[in-house]
Design a protein around this ligand. Structure first.
Ligand code: CP
Length: 308
């Protein structure tokens, strides 16, 4: 097992290519261990305590960190903002310092704020994992996506990945664009013009193309959720599936070997036809399963870097 240099995971850019590859190797190891087999966890002198603090809704990320921690033999606390002292005005920083005093080792945080985690991380012994901060970063999602790609295609280098939809508001897209840029990949970005990033700031492995061009030329079509909660009602969704979504007609134009991904939750009938979600070309539930494996790899590496 490698030891991650940073004891926090705030952004995919915290990791080198070597560290990402080592996490994928370890994630793959856990992905192939049966769920019931807890004896594969090393005997622990001290069971680390992990605390989930989610200030935005989550199903996959929160539960997979919990399952991952439990499979490793760690204790798990779930901090609920709505019945914690946040209601009395306590800040996230003060909540983390309180958990630090109780011996919590890792805080997994999801927040609508795009700034602030770095400053907290610099001032606590608790390792901070960014589980999604506004439209900024979602590094563990990018790692599970890489693991899914590597498992299915046997490699990441050489892949052409279409990322389609609400790119502007997507922390998943930001993290994936960063992670895939460390490999020899080409990213085809597409979606409604108002939801695309500024062409002037595009990394060189990315290109903006039409939805049909993206779909016809990609090994993987990664659809993104329309983040209705971040649009303030300004986006018309009536014809979204026809113009920008992955409907059945468009899916027929994908290369024969190409696969579908989506970080989920998905809006069936808006960015993706519901039947495609569970169709034979979908890797969506593999992504979910890999979320546990990769988060086991992340947690055990962060704990081992604390002990180093
Ligand atoms: N993909 C993802 O982050 O899902 P949740 O919002 O359910 O955690």
């Amino acid at each position: 097992m490698i030891s991650l240099k940073p004891k926090h995971l705030l952004s995919i850019s915290d990791l080198t290519l070597e560290e990402i590859e080592a996490l994928l190797d370890r994630g793959d190891y856990w992905a192939h261990k049966p769920n019931r087999d807890l004896s594969c966890s090393p005997k622990l002198d001290r069971n680390p305590i992990i605390c989930n603090l989610f200030f935005e809704a989550s199903t996959r990320t929160r539960f997979s960190f919990e399952v991952a921690a439990k499979r490793l033999g760690y204790y798990v606390l779930n901090f609920h903002p709505f019945n914690s002292s946040v209601q009395k005005g306590e800040t996230l920083y003060d909540s983390i310092k309180t958990l630090e005093a109780m011996g919590v080792s890792v805080a997994v945080i999801r927040t609508p704020e795009e700034q602030g985690l770095e400053e907290i991380a610099q001032n606590t012994k608790v390792s901070i994992i960014n589980a999604g901060d506004g439209s900024n970063q979602h590094p563990s999602q990018a790692l599970l996506d890489l693991l899914t790609l590597r498992q299915h295609f046997g490699r990441i280098d050489g892949l052409r990945i279409a990322i389609i939809g609400d790119i502007k508001h997507s922390r998943v897209a930001q993290s994936n664009i960063g992670a895939l840029g460390l490999f020899d990949t080409k990213i085809l970005l597409s979606g409604p013009p108002q939801l695309l990033p500024d062409r002037k700031h595009l990394p060189k492995h990315t290109e903006i193309v039409s939805v049909d061009e993206a779909i016809e030329n990609a090994d993987v079509v990664m659809m993104l959720r329309v983040q209705k909660e971040r649009h303030l009602g300004s986006l018309a969704l009536d014809n979204y599936l026809e113009h920008y979504g992955l409907n059945k007609q468009r899916a027929l134009r994908m290369p024969k070997h190409a696969m579908i991904m989506h970080p989920a939750p998905f809006n069936r009938g808006i960015e993706i036809d519901g039947d495609l979600v569970e169709g034979p070309r979908s890797l969506i539930y593999c992504q979910v399963s890999n979320g546990i494996a990769i988060r086991m790899a992340i947690l055990e590496n962060i704990i081992s870097s604390q002990n180093a």
